[in-house]
Design a protein around this ligand. Structure first.
Ligand SMILES: [Zn+2]
Length: 69
């Protein structure tokens, strides 16, 4: 069930498992990036990490608000 392993800047630039976004997370991402791009963003599963980033480019990402922790 684990997703792809990607580099995460928030986690000391280490490799972490990422998962697809929940509906709430996706809604937030769609309000930040182009809505049609939201489905290409995945979330870091490391404890306490709020980073979402593009599946295709680990440098293209940002933090979710704490309310989505
Ligand atoms: Zn992370």
């Amino acid at each position: 069930m684990s997703g792809p392993t990607k580099r995460c800047f928030n986690c000391d630039d280490s490799f972490q498992n990422f998962r697809k976004l929940t509906e709430d997370e996706r809604d937030h991402v769609a309000s930040v990036v182009e809505p049609e791009d939201a489905d290409s963003y995945w979330r870091c599963t490391h404890d306490g990490c709020l980073r979402v980033q593009s599946y295709f480019n680990y440098k293209d990402g940002f933090d979710l608000p704490k309310s989505l922790r």
